[in-house]
Structure formats: structure tokens, C-alpha cells
Design a protein around this ligand. Structure first.
Ligand code: KG4
Ligand code: ZN
Length: 318
């Protein structure tokens, strides 16, 4: 059994996963509400909350699954990328828990974690596939050949897709995190009401900053009252532009690599229009799309663990 810990951003998460990929417990304590009034994650506030929430989350994972720390064989933790202060809380806790029981420790790259959300039971996805990873911090197209190897084919040149959702939501006066809010509002709006351009950069990369600027100018031209009245149309059109860019590029990447399957992971993978827009893609289950520790424990199954006590000097990376 693997204990997974994830604290890279504003979710404090602990999970227990078996070596064959069954999720015994998956506890996610989101701090989103605490950051909402700042319109985004405040790193120092996140670190302090991780410190308070992490051990209760670990305890909760044991309670939920009826297991104990002495049944854990490996501790897996997100080493990066993320907010470095937030990551350090998870890394320190993981080291302490592993050290106390002389267990090996597995440092996990957060992005590999998102991909490994696809390898959990009951419906694991077998590579090879083309993976679209769209989250608040990243937008990546990955050529996943097996469970240990992936190659980056494209990335965003500026904002991540989730970031574009969050910044757009802010311009529309919606709450944080904005992706869910735009998704909800868009279901009442007309996606063709406004035409928002998405930059077509060369290769398989993405660019979302121009789109955000287009929304900014539209909102400015409309003025607050008209914007209010047209909010659902604005949200639907804006979401449509992001989704179109993601789908087009992912399908182009699949064609370029000859991949027969597209898999979609990361927070934005829970977007309902995105889920509808791919003709035949597999999606991580909604509960495993946003940050969680089950995906971190899952990734750890395919990474060489660091034996006790060699990990004590292990560092996080931003
Ligand atoms: O994977 P994640 O939890 O954290 C990172 O690693 O960044 O992704 C969070 C991102 C946020 O930007 C959030 O707005 C977006 O995922 N998101 C959505 C939806 N649910 C979450 N974006 C669009 N539609 C959604 N339903
Ligand atoms: Zn993430």
C-alpha cells in the first residue's frame, strides 16, 4: 500500500492506493474558498493551511480505508512543479512519515501524477496514447508510450488553459476558481454570440493570452450593465474558444504521432463542453481530474523509490 501526499497548490491531499492501483482512500481538502477573496491562490496562505490540514487529511485517509500507517510500504509525494513553499510542507511531512517507519520515499512530478490518474482502477487506460493535460498551471500535449515514458510535444507559450478560464471568470465578475463557474454559466449561453480569436501559434503549442485580452476589450466596450446581461453568452463564447483550441491541437498531435487514442487529464478535463467536444477521447474520472493524492500514489508505482534514509536531503522544485 502506498501513502500519497499532494500539496503543490491549494489542495491538501492524502490518499492510499494499492500496488495494483486500487484507491482505498482519497482525501482532498480544498482551500479554494480561503483564497477566493484574493481572486487567486496566495502562496504563503496556502503553505500555512497545508501545515494545518495535512496531518488531519492523512489521518482521515487511514480512517476512511480502515488501514494503519504500519501497513504502508512506500510514501509518495509531489516534489514539483508547484508553489515551492506549499510543496515543502508535503515533502517534509512525507519524509517524516517515511523516516519514522524506515520506509522508502518516492518523489513524484506533479504532471506525471496527472497522467497516472488514468492508470487507477476500475478502468485503467493502457498506453500508448496522446495525452492532453490541461490544468491551472499547465497545458501540455504528451506522447505517452508506456507508463514510465512520456514526451512533451507541445505546451502553452503563455497562460495555461485553466488559467485562461480563471482570468476570464475574473473579468466576468465570477468567483475563484473560475473554470467551474464559467462551465456552469456557459450552459445558459450562446457559444456563437461572440467570436473570440485563438492565436494559432506554429507547431503543437498553445497561446491563450490574446483570448483573455479579447474578452477584456469586449467587456470594456460593453460596459458593466450590458456585460451583466450578456454574461452567459460571454462565458459560453469564451469557453467555446478555449475548448476549440484544445481539441484542434490535441487532434493534430494525435494525427502527427499516429496515436489511436486521446486521453484528457487535469482540472480542465472536467469541463463539460470539452468532454462533449472530443469525438472519441478517454477522460480521467472527474474526482481525479483536479489535484489529488491518489494520482501521485499511482505515479509512484512506476518510479524507483529512494531507500531510507537517502531521501532526507530531498528538495522540492518550483
Ligand atoms: O489540475 P488542477 O486542480 O490544478 C493544477 O494543477 O493547476 O486544475 C485547476 C484548474 C483551475 O484553473 C480551474 O479553473 C480548472 O482547473 N477547472 C475547470 C473546471 N474545473 C476546474 N476549467 C473549466 N471547466 C471546469 N469544469
Ligand atoms: Zn494539477
Amino acid at each position: 500500500m502506498i501513502l500519497g501526499i499532494e500539496t503543490s497548490c491549494d489542495e491538501t491531499a492524502a490518499a492510499l492506493v494499492t500496488n495494483d492501483g486500487r484507491v482505498l482512500a482519497n482525501v482532498v481538502s480544498s482551500q479554494a474558498k480561503l483564497h477566493a477573496r484574493y481572486g487567486g491562490v496566495v502562496p504563503e496562505v496556502a503553505s500555512r493551511h497545508h501545515l494545518e490540514l495535512l496531518l488531519p487529511a492523512v489521518r482521515q485517509a487511514f480512517d476512511d480505508s480502515g488501514t494503519r500507517l504500519d501497513q504502508v510500504e512506500r510514501v509518495a509525494v509531489t516534489q514539483g512543479p508547484g508553489l515551492v513553499g506549499a510543496l515543502l510542507i508535503g515533502v517534509s511531512a512525507a519524509k517524516a512519515l517515511a523516516w519514522a517507519r524506515r520506509l522508502p520515499l518516492v518523489p513524484v512530478n506533479h504532471l506525471h501524477g496527472h497522467v497516472a490518474s488514468l492508470y487507477l482502477e476500475p478502468d485503467p487506460v493502457e498506453p500508448p496514447f496522446l495525452c492532453l493535460l490541461a490544468s491551472g498551471g499547465h497545458t501540455l500535449l504528451l506522447d505517452v508510450r508506456d507508463r514510465r515514458t512520456l514526451e512533451v510535444l507541445g505546451t502553452t507559450l503563455d497562460d495555461a488553459a485553466g488559467e485562461a478560464f480563471d482570468k476570464g471568470a475574473r473579468l466576468l465578475g465570477l468567483g475563484y476558481p473560475g473554470g467551474v463557474e464559467i462551465d456552469r454559466l456557459a450552459s445558459d449561453g450562446d457559444p456563437e454570440a461572440f467570436s473570440f480569436p485563438v492565436a494559432r501559434v506554429p507547431g503543437l503549442d498553445f497561446s491563450f493570452s490574446g483570448l483573455k485580452t479579447a474578452l477584456l476589450y469586449t467587456v470594456r466596450d460593453l460596459g458593466p450593465e450590458e456585460t451583466e446581461g450578456l454574461r452567459a453568452d460571454l462565458a459560453a463564447s469564451y469557453q467555446h474558444a478555449i475548448v476549440r483550441a484544445l481539441v484542434e491541437r490535441a487532434e493534430a498531435a494525435a494525427q502527427a504521432t499516429g496515436a489511436e487514442r486521446i486521453a484528457v487529464v487535469g482540472g480542465v478535463a472536467s469541463n463539460s463542453e470539452l468532454r462533449r467536444s472530443f469525438s472519441n477521447a478517454v477522460f480521467a474520472p472527474p474526482a481525479l481530474c483536479t489535484d489529488n493524492a491518489a494520482m501521485i500514489a499511482s505515479a509512484a508505482r512506476f518510479i524507483e523509490p529512494i531507500p531510507y534514509p537517502q531521501y532526507l536531503a530531498l528538495d522540492a522544485f518550483a
